[in-house]
Structures are given as C-alpha cells and as structure tokens.
Design a protein around this ligand. Sequence first.
Ligand code: FES
Length: 258
Amino acid sequence: MASTLNLTLRVWRQDGPDDTGRFDTIEAPGIKDDMSFLEMLDVVNERLIEAGREPITFDHDCREGICGTCSLMIDGQAHGPQRGTATCQLHMRRFADGQTITVEPWRATAFPVIKDLMVDRSALDRIVEAGGYITAETGGAPDANLIPVPKPVADAAFDAAACIQCGACVAACPNGAANLFTAAKVAHLNLLPQGEAERYSRVENMVDVMEDHFGSCTNHGECEAACPKKISIDYIALMNKDYLRAKFKNRRYLSRNP
Ligand code: FES
C-alpha cells in the first residue's frame, strides 16, 4: 500500500526570459509515494490553481521516458537521484518524508528559460538539422538480410539511437557542452551502412553547429552519469575520430569537386 509523504518544494519561478527569477517555497503534504515526480507536480499545481495562484510551468509529453521533454534539475541532479531514469519515470518513493526538494530548470547558456521550469532546447534541433538524417530515396522497405550488419555494430547503433534529446548531458556538464548528444546522433547513423555515404560531411556539419551553440567538452563525464538512457562517453571518442578524419576527407573531396 502506498504511503504518503509531506514534502517542501523549493521551486524556481521565472515569469519569462527577461525576468531574473526566484525560488518559491511550496508545501506539498500528503503526496503518495507511488506517484511519479510529474504527478506530484500535477497535484501541487491543482492546489495552486484552487488557491488562486499561478501553477508551475514545466515541460512534459509522453511521460514514458521517450520524448525527452521532462527536463528538471532535482536537488542539483539532472532528472533527479535515480540513475538512468527520466524525470517522468522517477517515483516519489525515492524521497523521504519531511524532505525539502529543490526543483530547477536546466541551467545552460544554450537553454534560455521560457518560464519557470521550461527551457528552450531548440539549439539541439539545430545540430540535428545539420546532419542527423540520411538522404537516400525512400521507397519500399528492402529485405533486411540484403544489408548484413554485424550484431555488435547494430547494438552500438541502437544504444546511440536511444538518445531522447532531453538535454540532461548539457545541463550536467560544467561547460554546457553537447558532445554526448551530438556523438549519439552522429553514431546511430555513422555506424550503419545506410549512414556511410554522408559519414564525414555529417560529422563535420553537426560538430560545427554544436560548437556555435554549446561549450567545449573537457572529459568530465558528468554527461554519461546524467543521461537517462546511460549513453556512454565512448561515443564522443568515436565522434572525435570521425571529425578529425572528416577534416581531411571532406577537404580532399571538395578540392576535386569545387
Ligand atoms: S515526458 Fe517524455 S520523456 Fe519524460
């Protein structure tokens, strides 16, 4: 049977991008420990509305760990205290009765606050737009056996494709770097035969856009620890290797095809 928790929330409130923002203290009594963190915020918001106060703005969509929109910094940890778990799948049983929980938006220059706990993460979209696709003609699905892919390679591509673009890696990084995100988006295409044709132009374009918006990676590894899909920083090494080769290969291609 679910037990209940009496909690105190310190929640970041910010009226808009130009507001300086502040922490509000909000009491949250009688929270069931089998609720998700977002369900707890729903309850708090219903009570705020009933009291004639402004509800807390936060992002969410699927609530199944798929869409990556539920991006909250909980007690200083991206997505909270449970490793490999998005905020929407974090349960209140992870917290203790009487606990004070601090809830903030992602803190990164590339993610300006829109309101309260909601940030603008469209800088990640710019990276994907620069090469996170293949340009092969679409058509009927070919027989999968026509393109053999070694099992370890398919697994590695699949692990990279698990990235949900939540931005936790950026928020956790002391430099605000997006290298783990970019590396995952590069790897899930570059590792497979279908992505090979644009392998070097893809990595060069995506990294160049990444560097326009985000900080630089200095191998802290906080990104891997914060990732709700446990994506390995090994992918950053793969991306860096491809990027160095791209700087040579793409230049040689361009010199022959001006
Ligand atoms: S709401 Fe979609 S991943 Fe959490």
